[in-house]
Design a protein around this ligand. Sequence first.
Ligand SMILES: *Cc1c(COP(=O)(O)O)cnc(C)c1O
Length: 423
Amino acid sequence: MSPQVLEQSAAIATPEATEFNRDAFDAAVMTTYGRFPLAVERGEGCRLWDTDGKGYLDFVAGIATCTLGHAHPVMTEAVTTQINKLHHVSNLYYIPEQGELAKWITANSCADRAFFCNSGAEANEGAIKLARKYGHTVLNAEDPVILTAKASFHGRTLATITATGQPKYQKNFSPLVPGFEYIPYNDIGATEAKIQELNANGPRVAAILLEALQGEGGVRPGNQGYFQRLRELCDEHKILLMMDEVQVGVGRTGKIWGYENLGIEPDVFTSAKGLGGGVPIGALMCKGSCEVVRPGDHASTYGGNPFVCGGAASVCKTVEQPDFLANVRDRGEQLRAGLAEAIAPYGDNFIEVRGWGLINGVELSAHIEATSIEIVKAAMDKGLLLVPAGPKVVRFVPPLIVTAEEIDEALQVFSGAIAQVLG
Ligand SMILES: *Cc1c(COP(=O)(O)O)cnc(C)c1O
């Protein structure tokens, strides 16, 4: 860490460290996660402090979720004001904050309507239900099918692990949900062939659900040509084009929505992570032409409550400020250029640096032994938090408020980490 950063950390470090007992935690909490040995106590901006008072530069941001970093004054003010006024009432009644957020999303996207729930998986569940109903009622298909991509990620509920085109998430959880078929990402020939095959005896393909950039699958950006041709195919066959914007939506790519990077408009899209900046929210958006849901079709007790909508609105209002997205694009370019420089001395140990805006990945060669997790651990020891995207890709998803100095600092630590692992 640079002397200046050390000084900053010391200035706002917690005076006394909180007692944290890892064994007691592990004894009481279900073992669904392989956690890093770090207990986080406090955050501010792009920095976190653990229970021993050690500071970290956070390039994970709660997995692309803390859009405004930690303890951002605008967000703190919004959620504090809201919780003092009204936090939950249920969708039995009109919730003005929900209407405001929906208005912002529809004014700033291709969608006409929004539905709110609590997570990315839940938003995708809503999209899947909408696609099924569209298949039954518009296409008159008896057993509608949804196409998703190999190496995709759509969540951890039963339907969304089925939608996720990665066997490791499905293992031991069969029987899976019927009605899903898989296509290779960015492959128009294979997509066309699959539609032809499934629609041979009448329309069955109700929707194609894809990420604009595959996040968990290894930070793989969608191809413009592919998505533009796919848009035509979907129109031709009356298939809904549905985009999972859970990881890339709300400014992460330097544009508000990931699909804007592809020059297309989806019929349906979902959002979560970055939308709430850390308050739990999910959202399903659609164009008016495919809003087939009716009262009673779908619901959520917490969905769109005043507390989360107030928090999410403060994120959206900040993201729309002039220069906010320009900073995301500039910092992204700075990061990619610096990463390319950092890996250059290692020749074919690395495949490439790729990404959009502030979602970026560095891919290690398959033929070397080192894995992304080793690099993540080395960086963590040196005070930088990163997250793997599969065994060979290290992912960089800092808060969108990250500064040029923080990018430089992260690059310095990353260089040290790869020198340690590969040197
Ligand atoms: C994280 C993620 C999800 C799941 O979101 P949860 O809030 O964890 O349910 C779905 N799709 C994508 C693309 C994601 O990155």
